[in-house]
Design a binder for this molecule. Structure first.
Ligand code: F6P
Length: 351
């Protein structure tokens, strides 16, 4: 059996740990020949592959990025039926019996479309955003939360020294998971999420109240957060990308809105791609290894059209077509939201 492995979409900490685990497991369990596909579906279309053996994947578990490279500028589905057929023909020409696609919702949607057209596909969920449908925890998320938590803590000490309002903008697209978990972990005073449009007067009131008591305020704001009745998302269209790219800046807009309402100085930090680069946490290394091993088992058993996932803390798999249905935001009834409110964290809601 000859199996291709690719990493698609934006990178995330833990990709190399998956590549390592899936390769080792495929070799051990079904004596498969494993090839790494360079730069995601773009490389598959062009037939750019290299052999992955035990030695090639040794020493990878802690490395950030992806040794295979990735590409989110070339989605074969944007080239219509012709694009999909070109990928399938190329996979056949490379003699691939199956392809393991590691990526986020976009990668899973492509995997599903190719599976529907007869290419044996399986998926592994990757995203720092933690917004893949059917997946409780994607690898990469824990690392992003750890980095954001550290950043918030650093902002807290400088904010305290100067009596300032410190804003940290985290990634996550239209989901606020990173802002929420890092905000709770770093004891932020305010957490602003895309799922709960904020009331600027309520946020200003928290800052003013803290001005008289503690002098400083720390605000964790998700890049997709928006004010009630307004949209402050800063984004741009880039050729070849199927959705607008966020450029970061919600925190600056919010800082300006706040500065005109309070007397303390306000400072904004956009954390950006620091959240995605570098070594994965131990949790993400373990999760990525478990996912890599599990997806190899699916391939060896001939179970295709599925994505490995974590549900109720258990490793399992779901049909790719169930995953390709949108994104997972924080549901209004999520217990962490109430937990935050109950310990006095403002979610930017009016009093
Ligand atoms: O999906 C992961 C992510 O890092 C988002 O949180 C962010 O909005 C986006 O990708 C950034 O994309 P790019 O790397 O193309 O700027």
């Amino acid at each position: 059996m000859r199996v291709g492995v690719l990493t698609g979409g934006g990178d995330g900490p833990g990709l190399n740990a998956v590549i390592r685990a899936v390769t080792k497991s495929l070799i051990r369990h079904c004596n498969a020949q494993v090839v790494g596909i360079e730069e995601g579906f773009a490389g598959l279309m062009d037939g750019r592959v290299r052999q992955l053996d035990w030695r090639a994947v040794s020493g990878l578990i802690h490395l950030g990025g992806t040794v295979l490279g990735t590409s989110n500028r070339r989605n074969p589905l944007l080239e219509g039926e012709e694009g999909a057929q070109r990928v399938i023909e190329s996979a056949r020409a490379l003699g691939l019996d199956a392809v393991v696609a590691v990526g986020g919702d976009g990668t899973m949607a492509i995997a599903q479309a190719l599976w529907q057209r007869g290419l044996a596909m399986v998926g592994v969920p990757k995203t720092i955003d933690n917004d893949i449908v059917g997946c409780e925890r994607s690898f990469g998320f824990d690392t992003a939360v750890a980095i954001a938590t550290e950043a918030l803590e650093r902002l807290q000490t400088t904010g305290q020294a100067h009596g300032r309002v410190m804003l940290l903008e985290t990634m996550g697209r239209d989901a606020g998971w990173i802002a929420l978990e890092s905000g709770i972990a770093a004891a932020a005073d305010v957490i602003l999420l895309p799922e709960i449009p904020y009331d600027i007067e309520a946020v200003a009131a928290v800052c003013r109240e803290r001005e008289s008591r503690q002098r400083f305020t720390v605000i964790s704001v998700a890049e997709g957060a928006r004010a009630r009745g307004g949209d402050v998302v800063v984004q741009e269209r880039i050729e070849g990308r199927d959705e607008p790219v966020r450029l970061g800046g919600v925190a600056h807009v919010l800082a300006a809105q706040l500065q005109s309402r309070i007397s303390s100085e306000v400072r904004a930090t956009v954390l950006g791609h620091v959240q995605r680069g570098g070594a994965p946490t131990a949790f993400d290394r373990v999760l990525a290894t478990r996912y890599g091993n599990e997806v190899a088992q699916l391939v060896c058993r001939g179970e295709f059209g599925r994505m490995v996932t974590l549900q109720g803390g258990e490793l399992t798999s779901v049909a790719l077509d169930a995953v390709a249905q949108g994104r997972r935001s924080i549901p209004p009834e999520h217990p962490l939201l109430d937990c935050a409110r109950q310990i006095g964290v403002s979610l930017g809601e009016p009093a």
